[in-house]
Design a protein around this ligand. Sequence first.
Ligand SMILES: [Zn+2]
Length: 409
Amino acid sequence: MGLSVWDGRGDAVSAEPLTLRVDDGRIVALGTAPELSSDAEGIDCAGAFAVPGLIDGHVHMTLDPEIGPPAKQLAVARDVLHVAMVERARAMLLAGITTARDLGGGEWSEFLLRDRIAAGLVPGPRLLCAGQPVTSPDGHCHFWGGEARTPDELRAVVARQLAHDADCIKVMATGGVMTKGTKPREAQFDADEIRVVVEAAAASGRLVAAHCHSAPGIRNASEAGVRTVEHCSWSGEDGFGSDFDPDVLAGMAGRELWISATPNPSWGKRLEKEGQPTPFATRMKACMRAAREAGVPMIASTDAGIPGVRHDVLPRMLPVFAEYAGLSPVEALRAVTCEVAKAIGLERVTGRLADGLSADVLIVDGNPLDDLSALQSVRHVVARGRCFSARGRVVSERGAAPLGATGGL
Ligand SMILES: [Zn+2]
């Protein structure tokens, strides 16, 4: 193949072009030995750069970014929804997103999509799904069916998601922006209640993602032992970033915990107004850079599906994320590959280019370690060994199941 390779961990691309050999959906060799490139079926990637397939830590496959708040989407007919979800999955894959974690829906339709993708029937990213988020009565996204208050009710909501074969659990530690009657700055559960959720999930080997906008919610979730703090926006009376609490941040450091800040491209438009940094940008930059300084790791995530945030937006979001958090290109690339794989429990599956891991590879023109926008110049995407052209043509099957029906679940 003759590729310049960034393996998902190091500080630079390989000094000389490498060949990546894939068999039965996995990487079986990565190196310079001539026999590696002797295969007639090989794909010529001369001059291209390979990085691990991208991972979005927070998406909603059932949500249509064109419609509006989630509560308004409950009326979408299921067959219409399922066709749209297949299209979203395909667009994500062709943008280089080979894995994504779905953090909430109401009827487990995303589980169906996950299983179809895993079976090779529909092209799309590997999905990890949470199902109905655990929330308080009338709390954030209560209309998805995960309301609970007592410990028994909390355990029952977790058990219901596990019965549907959830890969992870989501809990709403605070109110949200898009649910009427809830406030982002108000905690919905205390640390003991979230701990009940964490322990119920852990008993089945599942990790917990907590939706947290305000300092009290972030503290409760962190103390309860959640794996990822979603949004982490330090919401106060004056909006995002207006109630930053250094003590809460200090309490997050040293735990097995990652911040999943869900920036999106619109944050790029909010960086400046009339040549001056906006108050939003000034506050959020300070919060995210403080997290970096404190050594609390961050992962790339978009909340794709919420209004205006398309499912394939991750590569375009990354430079914006890097700007806010003060990350170098290689640090941003780690946050969207190996670091997020670790945070969501997939470090032995994907997130790096190494022998034995899934063959999830994004091949682009241009070196993304010099300029993150090179991620948008897609040449090929390899997902579990199946290689797609940028326009979606399957150019090589390497142990993947044959392409079957598309157009619906
Ligand atoms: Zn979300």
